[in-house]
Design a binder for this molecule. Sequence first.
Ligand SMILES: [Zn+2]
Length: 187
Amino acid sequence: MYHELPRTARFWSFLFAVDQDLAETARKQGCPCGGRLHSAHYLRKPRGTPVQLPQSQCLRLSFCCDRDGCRKRVTPPSVRFLGPMVYLGAIVILISAMRQGPSPRRVRELSARFGADRRTIARWLVFWRERFSQTPFWKIARARLGALPEIVSLPYDLVDAFLSRHRRCRGWTLLLRFLAPITIPGA
Ligand SMILES: [Zn+2]
């Protein structure tokens, strides 16, 4: 089943490259005020990385408007960081999905490996059930996924939809890309 994330450093550096693309798109669009965006990346300390990530890959890519009186921060979507959650998005998705899956033993293994306690996991499930399911993103995406089997438990069925059709690395990349719009406020 889907109880593993790709463990190779290549997968994580690929996700970083995807984030760089997303960031470049945001930078080119500029600030809504018409100002130019300057890099204002900040360092995060993600938990739950299956491999030791180099510090450059722990950067949350972000920008700041250069116009006086605006200086707005613009943070593009990410395939690595799920909003303000300290765990990498992939870990939050994986452990939440396994929690809903048929094998609770796996959850204990995973939470021990990634250091997420029961309360943290419970919070993640509330996020999927009460917040994610209410986002405009999901309401639209759900309609687009109409051809897929009924999606009842989130995020388990979502993981299933992507990973049952693709090899592990590709499935995870597509899923994380799909979910990227929810990683920024007001998505
Ligand atoms: Zn601006």
